[in-house]
Design a protein around this ligand. Structure first.
Ligand SMILES: NC(=O)c1ccc[n+]([C@@H]2O[C@H](COP(=O)([O-])OP(=O)(O)OC[C@H]3O[C@@H](n4cnc5c(N)ncnc54)[C@H](O)[C@@H]3O)[C@@H](O)[C@H]2O)c1
Length: 258
């Protein structure tokens, strides 16, 4: 199948990495269903695309009951099925260890883990019916770090690594591959908000020096371009050999060492 006949679902398509992914899929002729709870964000993503790009905007809170089935149902009704799912939407907030709350843990796990699992199950059903597909999950170097101010996020991404392995095995008999990408620090809205809060939690007032120190932690000595991370996802979704599954692709400038 050429990329021009493919149909993809990208979650968190209203900002950051998701927006870049939509643009790269559209440039390859892939039809993209863009999912986000932020309607204005989705409009801005659509506005950046050539008019001929085939897209579907789905304004949906991924943590709502039945969201996974509803999304795959809408894509099926519009395009008859799907070939690619990118579970990109994510959430993380800084909360010092001794101030941890059930509220933040529940919010983080609801979007980063439970929503990803439910959408993967619904997409897996649809891909099984059509004879195959590819799922790419977005994890983080945080999944393997001990981060006392960011514990819920780190644990949620460790769960993403786990479910990537599990779903790769569950879906392999149906010709569906499941892989993940671990991005380095990209200067998206999420990253900016997180680092401001982290500087406060660590009592740092020299924000620019704090940011520079964090950037130096990446062995390549710079932050990731959103396009560089998106290119790794696109490769797994469209170009990687079909025999690659259960892989965690490190696109973190050497922060992760797989
Ligand atoms: N930015 C980084 O440096 C970095 C590093 C490692 C991993 N990541 C991961 O990359 C992915 C994308 O991050 P980003 O930096 O582009 O984030 P972002 O915050 O810029 O964009 C995330 C998008 O997801 C949407 N979203 C969040 N919760 C949702 C929900 N419940 N329902 C529907 N949509 C929802 C938001 O509205 C937003 O448009 C995330 O999984 C994140 O954890 C980011």
């Amino acid at each position: 199948m050429s990329s021009g006949e493919m149909r993809a679902v990208v979650t968190g398509a209203g900002a950051g990495l998701g927006r870049e992914l939509v643009s790269m899929f559209a440039a390859r002729g892939v039809a993209v269903a863009m999912v986000d709870r932020d309607a204005a964000g989705l409009e801005a993503t659509r506005g950046g695309l050539p008019p001929a790009a085939r897209t579907l905007s789905i304004v949906q809170d991924l943590t709502a009951e039945g969201a996974g089935e509803a999304i795959i149902g809408q894509v099926g009704a519009a395009w008859g099925g799907l070939d690619i799912l990118v579970n990109n939407a994510g959430y993380g907030a800084i909360e010092p260890f001794f101030e941890m709350s059930a509220g933040l843990w529940n919010r983080t796990l609801a979007i980063n883990v439970v929503a990803l699992v439910m959408l993967s199950r619904a997409a897996g059903e649809a891909m099984k019916r059509s004879g195959g597909g590819r799922i790419v999950n977005i994890t983080s170097p945080a999944s393997r770090m001990a981060l006392p101010n960011y514990a819920a996020y780190a644990a949620s991404k460790a769960a993403v690594d786990s479910i990537t392995r599990t779903s790769a095995i569950a879906l392999a008999p149906f010709g569906i591959t499941v892989n993940s990408v671990s991005p380095g620090m990209m200067d998206t809205e999420m990253q900016r908000v997180t680092e401001r809060a982290l500087a406060r939690a660590e009592g740092r007032e020299d924000f620019e020096e704090f940011i520079a120190e964090r950037t130096r932690r990446a062995p390549l000595g710079r932050r990731a371009g959103i396009d560089e991370v998106a290119a790794a996802v696109i490769w797994l979704a469209l170009d990687a050999p079909a025999y690659i599954t259960a892989e965690r692709l490190n696109a973190s400038g050497g922060m992760d060492r797989d």
